[in-house]
Write a protein that binds this ligand. Sequence first.
Ligand code: GLA
Length: 702
Amino acid sequence: MTAPFSAAYRLDGANVSLVVEIIAEVPAVRYWGPRLPDDLDPAELSALAARAEANASPAYEAPLALTPQAGQGFPGRPGLTAHRGGLDWASFALLVDVEQAADRLVFTSRDDAHGLELVHDLQLSGDVLAATTRLTNIGAEALQVDHLAAPVIPLPGFVGQIIGFEGRWSGEFQLRRQDLGMGTWLHENRRGRTSHDAFPGLLATERDANETRGLAFGFHLGWSGNHRLSVETLADGRRSVAMEALFMPGEISLAPGESLTTPAIFATVSDAGLGAVSRHYHAFLRARPEHQRLRAKPRPVHYNSWEAVYFDHDPQVLMALAEKAAAVGVERFVLDDGWFGSRRSDRAGLGDWQVSPDVYPQGLGPLIDKVRALGMEFGLWVEPEMVNPDSDLFRAHPEWVLGTPPAPQIPFRHQLVLDFGRPEVRERMYRDVAALLEEYPISYLKWDMNRDLSQPGGADGRAGATAHVLGLYEVLDRLRASYPAVEIESCASGGGRADFGVLARTDRVWTSDSNDALDRLSIQRGFSHFFPAELMGAHVGPTRCHITGRVLSMPLRVATALFGHMGIEADLRALDAEETADLAAGVALHKAHRDLIHTGALHRIDAAEGVNAFAVVAEDGSEALVSYTMLTEQRGYFAEPLRLAGLNPAAEYDLKAVWPPRLKAEWPLKQGGRFRGTALMQAGFQPPRLHPGTAVILHLRR
Ligand code: GLA
């Protein structure tokens, strides 16, 4: 061991501990798990883990370091692949410096022979570890980087199941549980945006862990572009999680002195099941400085014009919708796609961010005045990264788009991607959006992004997918710095850009284009593994869902949207009197409880098949809101009792059904009652007999 270093370094959160050991002169995670006792000597952990030489194996195991290195003979995938024209590939960086603070460890390792330096920065905030790897070229020639993983985190061998996320447009955040064997579980994303089908997160558990029991780990990469997530199991039993931005060939070359920092991996762990993992993430996001702006005022209930009028904008109609929206309790009116340039359909106009004089001869002023006179804020949809070939912008600057000539551009919603790696493109889009914010009192931008970066080549012939994401971040940061009061939503055909990277510069996510309440329940449940409710855009859609064609009742649509950042996205002129009254009652119910919904602890409940249930419990246990939805008919006459979670066991709660407005089912608990937390959690309650597609919401107050 090099003289000045300790054998191990440790960070502790309230519920987690990290021990990084220096093995063969490199930092490696020895323990990442539930909190260890203060007086536990890390040497005990290494003694317990010690192994003899295996048959037909290296005499000692090359360390599974924060960056496993080819030069150290690591038998699995290294954390770094870099070279100089085929040389300097066998990285062998050894520890030269350690900085330790109460919540942070920074390890610097250097490899003078191959001209590279690695800095691993591990920061614990609450119970979430945010960790990055920085690679610096300390050689004399350019260093080609093929991949660089954020710090690699081992999983214990008994954590043999992972839950990955998959999905599609309108069906995001679907979980898939798999058993791990030897080899690699790999999820790659090459769509250029975070994607609908490969959300950059995964959960890992011991067998049979569930929402409330068992050891569970969470991992997320805070990055809005191409990524690679892998879980590798070696024949020697070692298992690890690696996450990184995925680079295209030649994309990253570091000049001498230049550095590259990975996006952060966000990791957490609990022995109290998947629910606790989510609550760690929620608490972490809620504690961020940038989250405090959301806390400063209640999340305003939205009205969004998209599914009401699509591209058919008529200021008179929109004003009429604004009146109806205000009447049901809406607080922010968001004008969606169709207000600018020649944008009368998705075939033209993207790129021309001037209000269309044909549709709005007097500009947006009269509509905005009306909206504000009705007591609502005004929000506007934009999609600045895109251009329709049929637009003034494209005619003036056809060279500004990403592409890989001579291959033809692959069609995707009639639009192409502007190369945000180019400073002049960023400048133009910043100025176009800023001009709108200067001219009008806009409090909210829905920043959309509706196609993949299928052929992300820049004009210089180089791949530019990574530069595009960094350019996007720069523009968002700049807008945020200039217009700090403007909130920004991250949308990409629904939930195609939901990650902690974009959330560092935006205020909520449009979770999915699907407003089908039943589909939404599973989308929102998946989303909730990483993100809290106040970041989750959730709208009450039209009576017949435009995407699934399903007709679901207004009480169910309300019951689903109510548990997020609530909004409405339907033609309010088409609702009958009962639907309108129920909607208004639903908005009022949301407002009455949104403080709880947007600050409380989420407890998803492992309910019977065909039932979706969860509770949001106030941090001090003083109240809770319970959602119970019947998805399908039950086998027997009655559904299983539902055991609640997260309540104060000793407290007595007044239980009251607060939704739907007319519960038809006979139900002894309809009139409510007073019950002990223990009884509600250990015995549970008998739910009413509900038709499929029906939800009840209960409120509990101590
Ligand atoms: C995307 C968004 C929708 C809507 C349309 C407008 O699909 O996800 O909410 O804004 O674009 O074109």
